[in-house]
Write a protein that binds this ligand. Structure first.
Ligand SMILES: O=C(O)CCC(=O)C(=O)O
Ligand SMILES: [Fe+2]
Length: 262
């Protein structure tokens, strides 16, 4: 994967700016990453209401990144993502590690403006469903629309076209997979994960890619299966029974070297 052309076969969903790469890392690499994450000092964890996180690479401000070098165990993976995706103009310098218990998630949100608009999310542990929702901005604000001159047809037509082109959908994130989204997916959609142990994936657009890889996976067969995939006619859902860890890898272009050690 040297440029976007090589990512072509990993495109999923209704927009060309979303890629799902199953089996991006091996089981062994997953174990190594988890070991490193859980070996970090307890103080490295920041507890939020609905999840815990570790921040690596420095502090992100509106004006840029007060940077700190990433540890080697992280650059091994970020350098590979940088090289193989060909989507980042310079090396990835920030990694957010989120930990979710089975009943935890993340509210629909848009990533901050400090980041270059390409996000790579490596998933470890329990599968989850990530929902993408069109981000209406001012377009769908009814008050705003009413304020508009009623004969402003072009505004109406443009809004309708935008709505026709933007529908909510979901992505099934299996362990060891890499999700990349950019540009339009970054700015015109919110992304989030529901805080429920059972997640339906009727709107999932990558179930074939995601599940093919895991048909023979012990998660789905052996007696100790941590996750059950149910196919009850149209109602398809996953049961989250274990922790999920994700590594959100991004680039902040404006960097201020942090001279202070924490
Ligand atoms: O955990 C995930 O997959 C998503 C994390 C995320 O959206 C973020 O850190 O901004
Ligand atoms: Fe995000």
């Amino acid at each position: 994967m040297e440029d976007e052309g090589n990512l072509n076969k990993f495109r999923v969903g209704p927009h060309p700016t979303l890629f799902y790469i199953p089996d991006f890392i091996t089981d062994y690499q997953q174990t190594q990453l988890l070991n490193n994450i859980y070996q970090a000092p307890v103080s490295k964890w920041k507890s939020l209401k609905n999840r815990r996180l570790q921040n690596w690479g420095g502090v992100v401000h509106e004006k840029g990144l007060l940077s700190q070098d990433l540890p080697t165990w992280l650059t091994r993976i970020t350098e590979r993502i940088f090289e193989e995706s060909g989507l980042f103009p310079s090396a990835i310098n920030h990694v957010l590690i989120n930990e979710y218990l089975p009943n935890q998630g993340i509210m629909p949100h848009q990533d901050g403006p400090a980041y270059f608009p390409v996000v790579a999310i490596l998933s470890l542990g329990s599968p989850v469903v990530m929902d993408f929702t069109p981000h209406s901005r001012l377009r769908l604000d009814t008050n705003d629309a009413e304020d508009k001159n009623s004969d402003d047809k072009s505004f109406e037509i443009e809004t309708k076209k935008w709505l026709d082109d933007h529908h909510p959908f979901s992505i099934l994130l299996m362990p060891r997979s890499l999700l990349i989204f950019k540009d339009e997916m970054f700015s015109e959609y919110l992304h989030g994960i529901k805080d429920s142990e059972v997640q339906q994936y009727d709107k999932v657009v990558n179930d074939i890619e995601a599940l093919e890889q895991h048909r023979l996976d012990p998660l789905f067969s052996g007696s100790e299966k941590a996750v059950e995939v149910m196919r009850n006619g149209e109602l398809r859902s996953i049961q989250r029974t274990t922790t999920r860890i994700s590594l959100t890898c991004r680039l902040v272009l404006k960097v201020h070297k942090n001279l202070f050690k924490f």
